[in-house]
Write a protein that binds this ligand. Structure first.
Ligand SMILES: [Ca+2]
Length: 181
């Protein structure tokens, strides 16, 4: 009887010690995680424009009332991958000051809606803006024949309709014949 009581007490003590260790371990794990109960913020971003094949850097700020800013995660989405692919949006910067480097698709132009998301692991906030890529007009320098033909046919016709049609046409015809021979 006496021996049995001693054994029972011993087991009970061991059980209490074990429970305390387990409880303390759980508490430490919980304390290492930030509360993150309030969501992150992101500043407004104006609509952006660039020209074909020219990248654009867009600056913005992020914040969070209860999460270290280094723990915020940024991601992006482009509604029109033909103009800007989602993986062509690269983030730079640390802390509150962030930048998105946006590279349009090669030779592409048009419009897309870009959404930037900031997450603290539990909640997220996003901001959308329009991104317009204008086409580049190729300079006609390399096709010199086409440029000279366009000038000869268009300018004399316009001048002839406004004044002295016969004289203008005669001058132009003789000039063209002279240069041709
Ligand atoms: Ca938070």
């Amino acid at each position: 009887m006496h021996t049995l009581l001693t054994r029972t007490v011993g087991v009970a003590v061991l059980a209490i010690v074990g429970a305390t260790v387990g409880c303390g371990g759980e508490r430490n794990t919980a304390e290492s995680l930030p509360p993150s109960q309030r969501g992150p913020t992101i500043s407004e971003i104006q609509n952006q424009a660039t020209i074909e094949d020219v990248s654009k850097t867009v600056a913005f700020t992020v914040g969070d009332p209860d999460t270290p800013l280094e723990q915020l995660r940024l991601s992006a989405l482009s509604s029109n991958p033909a103009v800007v692919a989602t993986n062509s949006i690269i983030f730079e910067g640390v802390g509150a000051e962030r930048k998105a480097l946006i590279q349009p698709t090669l030779y592409a132009f048009g419009r897309t809606t870009i959404t930037i998301r900031v997450s603290d692991g539990l909640g997220e906030t996003n901001r959308s803006f329009q991104f317009v890529v204008s086409p580049v007009t190729e300079p006609p320098i390399f096709n010199s024949n086409a440029v000279w033909q366009k000038v000869e046919f268009s300018e004399p016709d316009g001048a002839a309709n406004r004044s002295q049609p016969t004289g203008a046409q005669t001058n132009q015809t003789s000039a063209a014949a002279g240069s041709g021979r």
